[in-house]
Design a protein around this ligand. Structure first.
Ligand code: NAP
Length: 265
């Protein structure tokens, strides 16, 4: 397990243990801080420092590759050298930002399974500042539609795919259970909080100014991405229930579970 203390990686560790995985080895720069469960073997290192990988890879059968683009190619070559039999990589939609991960995996020649989640529900925390301070969410492309996924579901899929070779050679597009507009997501967060939130549509430049407070220099890139989503909405696909045997988490369920993210502590 690389990225074993990450947002998704740490949940993959727990899922693997719950599913009865024989041996789980986790990579971390700081084993003491990581405080992983006692049943987990801990290796010291980081994907971004490839020199740390050969020792961590020794005798590994299947590798979970966390998304770290700068050293993905070297991490994959070293996995091939170590005789790893399959790589399960966390990337993103084909042709998008994370494509370099899939390219690196395929170039190294090791059998693979690609996990291709779309937007994470947790990206909605982009609105947390506004929701903590009032009932209005100023945003743009309110009618842009996609089917965001809970990171918990990505982890549940990853663990099951790691444990079964039937997934070799497959790419799995992963989404949540429902396609939602940005306006609907804001309404659902309000429902989870027991509040009525009002969505206010802004023109591009004003939206960039608003969202720069939350995401800095990425705001323009993000807003333009929403514009493109308006033209190419993302539909929900049934891969999460098919691979986990349980329904994918709805946005409302996610928002209720993580309501604290939108409230002052
Ligand atoms: N569709 C999408 O939106 C999409 C798709 C793919 C990926 N992503 C992104 O990828 C992330 C998913 O991966 P994840 O959350 O499981 O893992 P992650 O946030 O990428 O973290 C991986 C781990 O790498 C380790 N690390 C050590 N040194 C580091 C350094 N200098 N910089 C970064 N990490 C370092 C950290 O563990 P230690 O400190 O214990 O070593 C960290 O917990 C998401 O948060 C998301 O932003 C998004």
């Amino acid at each position: 397990m690389t990225g074993a203390t990450g947002n998704i990686g740490r949940m993959v560790v727990d899922e693997l243990l719950a599913l009865g995985a024989d041996t789980v080895r986790a990579l971390t720069v700081d084993p003491a801080r990581a405080a992983l469960p006692a049943r987990v073997e801990v290796a010291r290192g980081f994907l971004g420092r490839p020199a740390t990988l050969p020792a961590a890879y020794a005798n590994v059968d299947v590798l979970y590759l966390a998304p770290h683009l700068p050293t993905a190619a070297e991490a994959c070559r070293l996995a091939a050298d170590a005789g790893i039999s399959r790589i399960v990589d966390l990337a993103g939609p084909k042709g998008a930002h994370w494509q370099g991960i899939e390219d690196a995996v395929e170039a190294c020649g090791v059998p693979f399974t690609h996990l291709e989640p779309g937007e994470f529900m947790s990206n909605a925390t982009l609105w947390a500042r506004q929701i903590k301070t009032g009932d209005v969410v100023r945003d743009t492309c309110g009618d842009a539609v996609n089917a965001p996924i809970a990171q918990e579901d990505v982890a549940a899929v990853a663990a099951r795919v790691l444990l079964s070779d039937v997934h070799a050679g497959r790419s799995y597009e992963l989404t949540g259970p429902e396609a939602l507009s940005r306006r609907q997501k804001v309404e659902l967060i309000g429902q989870a909080l027991g509040r009525e939130l009002h969505y206010v549509e802004l023109p591009r430049d004003e939206a960039i100014a608003e969202l720069t407070q939350d995401m800095g220099a990425h705001a323009a890139w993000y807003v333009d991405g929403q514009q493109s989503l308006r033209e190419h909405p993302q539909a929900a696909v049934p891969t999460v229930p098919a691979l986990t045997g349980r329904p994918a988490t709805t946005f409302l369920t996610w928002a209720r579970k993580h309501a604290n993210l939108f409230q002052d502590s």
